[in-house]
Design a protein around this ligand. Structure first.
Ligand SMILES: [Zn+2]
Ligand SMILES: [Zn+2]
Length: 241
């Protein structure tokens, strides 16, 4: 396979992970801004297991705690508490530390419903990222596959980290909260860069608030809804925190 194809497929896998993170993990599971059809949701979960290793219940718990404390003592990854660069480059470590806290998981996810991916043997799901790597190796060959898998993983981590770091410090604000909006990051992160809007309306499935703001995940959500694969909580779109 040519290098161009390797780059294109890896970038597509990374962007699919980004869209599933914002639509499924963030807007649906964490904030209940929409509900994803129960036939589709576990497939989203499976993709994230293979290519990011994220466990949805952990992600939901850590992120709800972030909203609860939001740049105050107790926020798992605030750049105001820990420093912009440390959260940008080390967000994954702050995340892992909080995700390992059983009390956080129990407190913030009493409503979490397991799907069939959660019910797979624990050991099997722990090896899911290796299965994802195996797919890349089969598709691209040993060296190109290993490099492509690592790069898509690192880019995904940095994109997520940029929300928790840069989008609490740099950018413009439509509303009076610490988070910021950055249109460029929003384009790369399925709309997550409109983070000031999100902190103001956390359970809104739509992140854009101005005509000049682009939320790439929103039209995808509307298509899913049209296909009967998602239901948007429209009352929540105008509901401030
Ligand atoms: Zn935030
Ligand atoms: Zn959120």
């Amino acid at each position: 396979m040519t290098t161009l194809w390797v780059v294109a497929i890896s970038a597509a896998v990374c962007q699919i992970s980004v869209f599933l993170t914002t639509i499924y993990l963030h807007r649906a599971l964490t904030h209940r801004g929409l509900e994803v059809h129960r036939a589709l949701a576990p497939l989203m979960h499976l993709h994230l297991s293979l290519f990011t290793g994220i466990k949805p219940r952990e992600w939901v718990a850590v992120h709800r705690k972030h909203h609860h404390f939001s740049d105050k003592e107790g926020d798992p990854h605030s750049p105001l508490l820990f420093g912009l660069w440390r959260v940008l480059l080390g967000n994954v470590f702050y995340y892992r530390a909080e995700a390992a806290n059983a009390a956080t998981i129990a407190k913030y996810t009493p409503d979490y419903r397991e799907d069939w991916v959660d019910r797979l043997p624990r050991r099997l799901i722990s090896f899911a990222p290796l299965a994802g790597l195996g797919l890349f190796l089969i598709l691209f060959g040993w060296l190109a596959g290993a490099i492509a898998y690592a790069v898509q993983g690192v880019v995904y981590i940095l994109l997520n980290s940029s929300i928790n770091s840069v989008c609490h410090v740099v950018g413009y604000r439509n509303y009076d909260n610490q988070a910021t909006n950055l249109r460029s990051i929003a384009l790369l992160t399925g709309g997550e860069g409109l983070h000031n809007n999100h902190h103001e309306f956390p359970s809104s499935a739509r992140f854009a608030r101005r005509a000049s703001e682009i939320d790439p995940a929103w039209p995808v959500i509307l298509v899913l809804e049209r296909l009967g694969l998602a239901t948007v909580n429209r009352a929540a779109i105008g509901k401030a925190a």
